[in-house]
Every structure is written in structure tokens, then in C-alpha cells.
Design a protein around this ligand. Sequence first.
Ligand code: MG
Ligand code: MG
Length: 609
Amino acid sequence: MCLSGTLEDKLAATAAAGFDGIEIFEADLVASPWAPAELAARCADLGLSIDLYQPFRDLDSTDADRFARNLRRAERKFDVMAALGTDTVLVCSSVAPDAVDDPDRLAGQLTEAATRAGERGLRIAYEALAWGRHVSTWERSWDAVRRADSPALGLCLDSFHVLSRGGDPAGFAVVPGEKLFFLQLADAPHMDMDVLQWSRHHRLFPGQGAFDLTAFLGHVLAAGYTGPLSLEVFNDVFRQADPARAAVDAMRSLLWLEEGLAVRCPELATTPAPLAPRLSGYAFTELAVDGISGPQVAGALAALGFGHTGQHRSKPVQLWEQGAARVLLNASVVRPSAAGVAEVAAIALESADPGRSAARAEAFRAPVLPRTRGAAEADLSAVAAPDGTQVFFARTGPDGWPADFLPTGTEAGLGAGITAVDHVALTQPFDSFDEAGLFYRAVLGLEPESVTEYAAPFGLVRSRAVTGPDRAVRLALSVSLLRRGEWAPGVPAPQHIAFATDDVVATARALRAAGAPLLAVPANYHDDLDARVDLAPGLLADMRECGLFYDADGRGSYLHLFTEVLGSRVFFEVVQRLDGYDGYGTLNAPVRMAAHRRLRRTAETPAPA
Ligand code: MG
Ligand code: MG
């Protein structure tokens, strides 16, 4: 249920991603034309073991006749398991009105079922559903298994069911290792909602949510568990997403978990992936442009104080520089897809060891992209991020990538006070937001920050940044909360590069004097700001004059401005961080979006005759 599709789709995706085995979910089998033995043969061909059959629901009953019928139902499922060649069935705690509450009676019924399973060489892994009628904690399920004391009965631990109820995995130490039959792992975001709905819609792969699964797994292994690590992730997006990609995402989550475990519990560690080298900033950001958008973006960069310093030796690529901020305009990439579009094609990160960065990416299932380069050109390794952006690992230096550019004779621009790239903001495709967070976390060693959600003019938007430890690399990811329909008058999937300055007011005045296409901020915004924030004298007037936005966090404040959209989805931001402000001015995004939308409306509407 982690993957979309039919059994055939799921098996192919799972095997291709390198998994050792699977659980068979009954609904998939029922819908499949394959007989159980045929399914078993296909799994064997793919190198997949069948490690569990599930779910067997509502086994126990206060009604003796119904319990007898449940045992007959179990025997039929044991027949299926025998044909599948799997020896473990998951029995989850009952949610039915006739569920048994009395601990000894429950243990007795579990023993009866386990005895029948044991006679056939099978075993039952009993799982406490977080919403079980009487058994809803792992302690209660362990109490039943302990009382039953049947060799064919053990526990299935599911991280969601334990952690969603605030359970303490340190308690697993009381369970003998041989009673831990099966382990299911799922992460989830913090949510304050009904636990069944939370589980059914919002589970995530490890490393994508808020649970401490490294600690959880450490406790399970310390208790003596030696079975498979299985992922059981019910998620509205994954249920619709390409199963091949989701399976790779899932495998990456386990590799990430394994690495975290090696740090926390070195005695449990296996083969480590290469450690993530330090990333010290953006080497460059590359925009794909065409004959329409290229001159438009180049003109804006010039007005922002950038100089066109270099021309690529073999490709139609321009290098624009100001301070340590570098932008490439590349007219040779296949993207952009439509005429007049500009979009972020690549980000290049300064890596202390680009080769090791690439080796780590491969270890985390992010294949290094094939790349054509000229004889004298720098060998830059790149991997594809989930949204298709190429991520380069680079080192800026005399014999590094800048050597690929012939000097134009123009100096790097200085005029506007831009010093570096502060962050890059990329809207993610609906299907890959959580995948992207884990990609940057695992592959690049960036840490996800907390999730922010806001009401934008055209729908709710979720935003989450991933950052390096010293904030040298900041990447702001956002996504629409719901799949978009046809009506999309806002800027579709906006992307922007934010440049840093030490004096945004001075920079803004320089940009205005140079005729930069700055985004106008409505007077209502500054009136509201004046009402809710005590700003330093004169600052509000400067902000009105310069079209600046404002935000503050517990530490400091943030002054920022935007350009208009250049080539349909890309724009620039200029930011000044004061006193350690650590956010992205997300509060102001709806105002910015409305202003961008207004310009689109103006551009689309023919002038009155
Ligand atoms: Mg295998
Ligand atoms: Mg489960």
C-alpha cells in the first residue's frame, strides 16, 4: 500500500528499487488474476521474498459462534499463505463491537488461532492498531502475547501505531527478541487529528515526517529483533504517484535510516555511505532561457547590477556575476518547453569534495546524470532532483568550472551591493514534495526546517526549507496542497533566486535608478505593517519608497523586494537578514503572488481601444 497500481506494477517497482521482499496486502491479491502460487513464482523470479500476509482483521469475538467462523476464515487464509510460501500473517487488534476486552479470554483466543497456525508451520504477528477497540497500545498487545505464551504468536510493531499515541519505544526492552515477529516503519508529520485519519492519509517514509524513527528502530533492534524492516505507508499522494519513483524514494528512506542508526548505535551499523561533504554555498544557478526570455532576463540582471563576465567556450551560455552571486543563462538546454519561458535548470553547490558528493548521491539512489562536455571543460558531476532540477557539485576556483568561460572583458558588477545568493526557491510538482525533502536531506545532507502553510490567492501552499548547518545553502521548497485544476491564473510553479545584500534600501535605490523591473507593493500592505509592527523611525517611509516587504522572527528581521516575473515563472528577490533572522518572509508570499497575478492580468488584457 506504499505504492500505486496493481500487483504487477508494484512488484516491478519494488524489485527495480532493490528491495529484498514484500508484504502481500489481501486486497491486491483479491484483485489479481494470479493464483497465489503463480504470484509466488513471479516474486521468486524478481528476487522478492514474501515476508508477510496481511491483514487478518477482527479475529477475537465475545460471540463464540462468530469466533468459530473467524477461525474457519483463518484456516482459509492459511491455505493462501501456504501457496504463497509465506509463514507470517498479521493479525491486527479488533475494532469490532464484539472485540474481546478480557485479557485472559483474548489471550485464549489468540492461542487457539496460533496453535492452528503453528500446526501448519505458520505464525501470527499480532499488532495493536492505534484505534483498536480494546487493544490500542503496544503494551496491551504485548500483554496478550505474553499471556498466550504460544510459540506461533508474537508481536508486530508498527512505528505509527506506537508513536502516534506517544508510546515509549524504550519499553520494547521487556520483550524477548524471539517474540518480535515483524516490524513496520512509517513516519508522519505532527498533526492534531483523529489517529485513524492521520494514519490513513498522512503516513510518510522515514525521514519525511516528524517521528524519531532512528531512535525507534534502535530500540527495536536492541530488543533483539532480527526480521525485515518493512515500510507500511498509507499516503494520499503516494497512492497516486509513479510507483517506480515512490519505490526509490522508499529505498532512500531506509538507507537514510540506516545511516542515522549507525551514528546513534555504532554497534548496529552496517556498511556506511560516504559522508556528505560540507556545502559552502552556491557556485552558480543556471537558468534555461530561449531567444525571447534570454534577453529579458539578461536585461534584468544588468539592471540588478550584474556584469556579463563570461561566455562559455562551446555552448550558448552566459555567465553573469556580482559579488559572489553567479547566474548562468543557458540557451542550449532542451527545456524550457514553451516559447518565452525561463526556468531554473540547475543549481551548483560548492562542495568540499565534489567526487564524494557524487558518490554519496549514487549511494542514495540518485543516479549521476550523463553529461556531454568539451575536451578542456571541467568535469562537473550532477544529479537530478525530484523536480528535474540538475544539482551540480562544484568547486569554484581557477581550474574549476569558471575556466570553461572565456572572459568578455566586462568586470563583475558591483553597483547594487548584491553579495551572494541567499537562497533558491523552487515550487515542487504535487507528487514530489515529500520526496524532495528526503532527497535533499539524504543525498546532500541538508536538514529540513519546519513546515509552513499559508493561504495564497489560488490555493493553500505548503512550504519547507532545507538548509546546511551554517545556512550557507538554503533551498526553499513549496507545493500546492491540492492537485491543481484547470483554472490557474497565478504564476504556474514559480521559481526564484534570492540575492543577499547588506543594505537593501541602498540596493533598492540603485535598482530603481537602473530601471530594474521591481514589483510594486500595495499601500495597504505598508498600512497594515504600520499597524502591527513598531518599525524604526524612517524605515516605513523607506519601505514604501522602495517597495520593501518585512518579516521578523524571534531573532531578527528580514527586508526584501521582488522583481516582476521574467519569462513566465522566474523572478528575483533581494534580501537583507538582520540580527540572525532565519526565515524566508513566507508571510508575504500571498501579497507577492497577488502582485504578480495583477501583472499577468494586465499583460493578458488587450488595451482598451
Ligand atoms: Mg531476495
Ligand atoms: Mg501496521
